[in-house]
Design a protein around this ligand. Structure first.
Ligand SMILES: Nc1nc2c(ncn2[C@@H]2O[C@H](COP(=O)(O)OP(=O)(O)O)[C@@H](O)[C@H]2O)c(=O)[nH]1
Ligand SMILES: [Mg+2]
Length: 328
């Protein structure tokens, strides 16, 4: 499958935005096979000088909020403004039961047909037992291919929001109108992560209700410190299906990025994110090495068993094992 494509083929394909090669390059970096990972690492090294120039946008909201629909409409709008758009999805269910909770809109057929768009529905499986951990690496590949906007769809469950927040420049929260008590449905943690809020599914019938929600939300947001200095989190009303409010979102994203550049936080945040990625991989590789090391294998299983039987608490067992690992 990926074996008959050379490193140079991957590089050429990525640089010419060959969607077929792009897809295969992402499959390669998601692969757990050591021989694939070796090429993947070399590929990432080669393309790194061509990365960094996109705007990385995370999109969250409960299942059914309209994220995929929004991405399809907004993606098309951004293309009309002269941008190239790549879409990635984080789907935590895919590593657990191989199913998908992102729904059938995930494929975004219309946007997928556009020559200026690239869509990667969801990670093929968890990497090293984790959840979609290679999304950042996929993002780098899309950047090297010249995509200006990378949109990452997440779901309102598990760690996926934090994962996406940790690799993006701007985080958009989609809120559905008409779900009873408007504020109750919003987890405080998400409000604190959001840089922009889009109230979706607004039409002429629920417009006044949407405006009321907007007022309530804006009021609640006064008590939350935005991630960025001098940024007032905008609440925008619109409809992903009817394609309203998209221009406003587009403008606000640009404002936000400009502000971050002005505040010197744009690159600073990316640097911190890269450090986090480094630490993440250190943890992954240590765990992998520990599990596969024949000398330590028994010890790893032993400590794990002790933890499972609560002979002592799991954190002490882990600490004892790690000390052994480093010969202490
Ligand atoms: N009426 C209306 N329906 C919408 C709007 N946006 C999305 N939907 C519908 O909501 C459902 C869920 O949308 P989807 O994009 O799959 O949501 P996701 O789970 O957040 O990705 C689909 O049936 C969409 O057609 C909108 O602005 N107005
Ligand atoms: Mg979806």
């Amino acid at each position: 499958m990926t074996n008959n494509i050379s490193l140079q083929d991957y590089i050429n394909g990525i640089q010419s935005s060959d969607k077929r090669i792009l897809g295969k390059a992402i499959t390669l970096i998601e692969s757990k096979k050591p021989e694939h990972r070796q090429i993947a690492d070399r590929l990432l090294k080669e393309i790194l000088p061509f990365t960094g120039k996109s705007v990385r946008i995370g999109i969250t909201g409960v299942p059914g909020a309209g994220k995929s629909t929004f991405i399809e409409s907004f993606g098309k709008y951004a293309i009309e403004q002269g941008k190239k758009v790549a879409v990635l999805a984080i789907d935590p269910s895919s590593s657990i039961n191989k199913g998908s909770i992102l729904g059938d809109k995930t494929r975004m057929e219309e946007l997928a047909k556009d020559p200026n768009a690239f869509i990667r529905p969801s990670p093929s499986s968890g990497f090293l037992g984790g959840i979609a951990n290679t999304t950042f690496e996929s993002l780098l590949i899309c950047e090297a291919a010249g995509y200006d906007y990378i949109l990452i769809e997440t779901v309102g469950v598990g760690q996926s929001e934090t994962l996406v927040n940790d690799i993006t420049d701007v985080f958009l929260f989609l809120k559905v109108i008409g779900t009873g008590d408007e504020l109750q449905g919003i987890k405080r943690g998400i409000m604190e992560m959001a840089d922009l809020i889009f109230i979706n599914k607004v039409n002429s019938e629920n417009l006044s209700k949407a405006k009321l929600t907007k007022t309530e939300l804006s009021r609640a947001l006064q008590f939350i410190t935005p991630k960025e200095k001098n940024w007032k989190i905008p609440v925008i009303i619109g409809s992903a299906l009817e394609k309203t409010g998209l221009d406003e979102i587009f403008g606000k994203i640009q404002d936000y990025i400009s502000l971050k550049i002005k505040n010197d936080t744009f690159l600073e945040t990316r640097k911190k994110q890269a450090e986090q990625r480094f630490e993440f991989w250190v943890r992954e590789y240590i765990l992998e090495k520990a599990k596969n090391d024949h000398l330590l294998e028994n010890s790893f299983q032993e400590h794990k068993k002790n933890a499972s039987e609560l002979k002592s608490n799991p954190s002490s067992e882990a600490s004892d094992f790690v000390n052994k690992l480093f010969g202490k």
